[in-house]
Design a protein around this ligand. Structure first.
Ligand SMILES: [Zn+2]
Ligand SMILES: [Zn+2]
Length: 90
């Protein structure tokens, strides 16, 4: 079984740096997503930002999927993520 080794960690950090520098064009592709998601977990902890369970999804804080700055990402479990997109009832 392999965990996060330093090689992977460097890869995630490099991905994040490229992301910051906009060299990935901030494209929210599944390929970029898979790279950036583990980085967010490393940076923020392996817990949903809302309820603390294990996160599986990335939410765009401002709702704009073209706004892919790291600050616009929130890591959530599926349940909380659905909660963000569910229409509020008075
Ligand atoms: Zn949650
Ligand atoms: Zn979302």
């Amino acid at each position: 079984m392999k965990g996060f080794d330093t090689t992977q960690k460097r890869t995630f950090e490099e991905t994040a740096e490229l992301w910051f520098q906009n060299k990935l064009n901030h494209k929210y592709t599944s390929q970029n997503y898979r790279k950036i998601f583990p980085y967010l977990i490393m940076e923020r902890g392996n817990h949903c930002a809302k309820c603390g369970t294990i996160p599986t999804e990335i939410h765009h804080v401002d709702g704009d999927r073209k706004n892919n700055g790291l600050s616009n990402f929130m890591i959530l479990c599926a349940e909380c993520h659905h909660g963000f997109h569910r229409k509020k009832r008075a």
